[in-house]
Design a protein around this ligand. Sequence first.
Ligand code: ZN
Length: 446
Amino acid sequence: MKPLLIQGGRIIDPAQGIDEVGSLLITKGKISWLGDGEIAPPQIAYDILNAKGLVVCPGFIDLHCHLREPGFEEKETIATGTMAAARGGFTTICCMPNTNPPLDNQAAIDYVKSKAEMEGTVRVLPIGCISKGRKGEELAEMGELASAGAIAYSDDGQPVMNSSLMRHALDYSRTFDLPVIDHCEDTVLIEGGQMNEGIVSTKLGLCGMPAEAEEIMVARDLALARLTGARLHIAHVSTEGSVELIRRAKDKGIRVTAEVTPHHLTLTEEMVIGYDTNAKVNPPLRTKKDIQALIRGLKENVIDIIATDHAPHAEVDKLCEFALAPFGISGFETAFGSLMSLVHDEGIDLNLLISRLTGEPARIIGDKYGKLGTLEVGASADVALLDPDRKWMVDTEAFASKGKNTPLAGSTLKGRVMATIFQGNLVYKDDSITVKEMEIKGGEAG
Ligand SMILES: [Zn+2]
């Protein structure tokens, strides 16, 4: 592999506190040099990617996605899902275990890992189940899952309703220092729910899911995290009340981290008017007031990271009446574009946004898989090139994901991923990006 020089971009690496115009050299799949000066004349030829006008940052890390394989290959595969991730600027993605069979044992984790190694475009880190078969009855072999390489435990798609089981899961997780990720909702309280409960659900005649169904479980989990001293991670926080509960818990020193999705940060329940099944997601899209609280939570470190909850479905799955459609939004390929609206319109700093997609999720994962989420010299050359101002229209036919299910189809976003580099390889690039070979004349840079 020839070395690659990414030249003249705005390098942003929040983990190192870097925000400067400079260049980045990649050698043998690793970051080998970075700076704002002239690079020493090379002894060997390298390729040059002109990044003038672009942001150069660590490849994004997604702590929460669904790759659907094994078992639901009509919705997504590891091959298509990782390609979609690369198009979205992601170089590390953590997949949830609600596959068929579920990832509740070593063989299942091994399967995903080896499949990802053979067919994947980016790094895939599996999350193991909390309970056997995700049934919420009996703990999975948590030690076996940890040694197989699971980076966290979750029954995502479903909460752990049994508080005693959740307590034991948190207790055991401490042995392996892995977080337990809970999908917080009281399943009894949301029974039959289709969307956020409120004026809009009443008008549409759809059964609602109250914010309290999420908040009750967030409160319970925080209490159990306090009791056990374990690491708790709250998936897809969507309500103002949840943000306040997490804020108070953090103030008290409880070991909790939290994530929010791009859709909960940018879209309201009004998207459901017209019964667009592509806006049906769980937790449901909430109100403007919730969005404001989530943005504030992000700014004030109450919410640590942004995760996509990429949940692809086959087209036919969503072509039905609203009540019958499955929950989920295909999120990899629109994540950055939609999140940039927070920078353009909501006063979120670009450095902060990037940290929530790179260095912060890396901290939750730890260094079991090497140094992630930074452009530090010696780290894996996982890089995203971004144009914060490029406008583009969301064309789901151009998605690499099999899941075309997004309420953003046809809308225009401002902010685009221009190229993605994984372990030194250019795994995605926009047509406008060109790579030129450097000429060497008499040992000097030409
Ligand atoms: Zn979930």
